[in-house]
Design a protein around this ligand. Structure first.
Ligand code: G4P
Ligand code: NA
Ligand code: NA
Length: 194
């Protein structure tokens, strides 16, 4: 997505070889028009597949799941990271080990909002190590729902997330695929590549 790649080049701050800061337009301050355009792009990529629900994880996947839900005219649900006050048996849960933070936490979704009749599109802001997304895929399968695929706004292609998801048989679509980065220099995967 050209407009997204341009914004990353203009405003993205490369904090290290692996961390890209996009706080000015994606996940702290949010450019609402860009978020809606991202949603429409996910809508085009996953059109005609009978998607009934968009799924993400709090916090910074929410604005893109909402935008995709608007485009596809379906609800979105976000998995929670904090222990819910509701009974554990009413929740689907999966453990997520964050490699960047070195901690394991549970993600959970109410059984009321996901089930065998659903066809799900998972959306998130970043595809990095894939830990959180693997957790969401596990929950979709536990619920007996179908998975149309995973849509990510920014993929860091030099990390292992895509490989992990593809090993699970998941279709992955990213709107900006970074192949490498260094201060002042972001390279994207060639658009002619698959
Ligand atoms: P992931 O690939 O499944 O997201 O897992 P990982 O453990 O690698 O990432 C941990 C958190 O860091 C995730 O946020 C992820 O979106 C975020 N992240 C990973 N790489 C980058 C990066 O280069 N830049 C920025 N800004 N964030 C990155 P999270 O735990 O889901 O938290 P939240 O921020 O959505 O609340
Ligand atoms: Na995230
Ligand atoms: Na994040």
């Amino acid at each position: 997505m050209k407009v997204l790649e341009d914004r990353i080049r203009q405003e993205g701050l490369i904090l290290s070889e692996t961390v890209l800061k996009v706080d000015s337009f994606l996940n702290h301050q949010v450019d609402t028009e860009l978020a809606l355009e991202i949603g429409r792009e996910f809508g085009r990529l996953f059109a005609g597949q009978g998607i009934t629900k968009v799924l993400t994880i709090e916090a910074s996947g929410i604005q893109f799941a909402m935008a995709a839900g608007i485009a596809l005219k379906v609800p979105f649900v976000y998995a929670k990271k904090k222990k819910a006050v509701t009974q554990a048996e009413q929740m689907y849960t999966a453990p997520v080990t964050s490699f960047t933070r070195g901690e394991t936490y549970q993600v959970s979704i109410s059984r009321h909002y996901l089930g065998p009749d659903d066809k799900v599109l998972i959306v998130d802001d970043f595809l990095a190590t894939g830990a959180a997304l693997v957790g969401l895929v596990t929950i979709v399968r536990e619920a007996g729902a179908q998975l149309a695929g995973v849509g990510c706004v920014i993929e860091k292609g030099f990390q292992e997330g895509r490989g992990l998801l593809e090993e699970m048989g998941v279709r992955v679509h990213s709107l900006a695929r970074i192949s490498s980065m260094a201060p002042g220099e972001v390279q994207f995967v060639d658009h002619n590549d698959p």
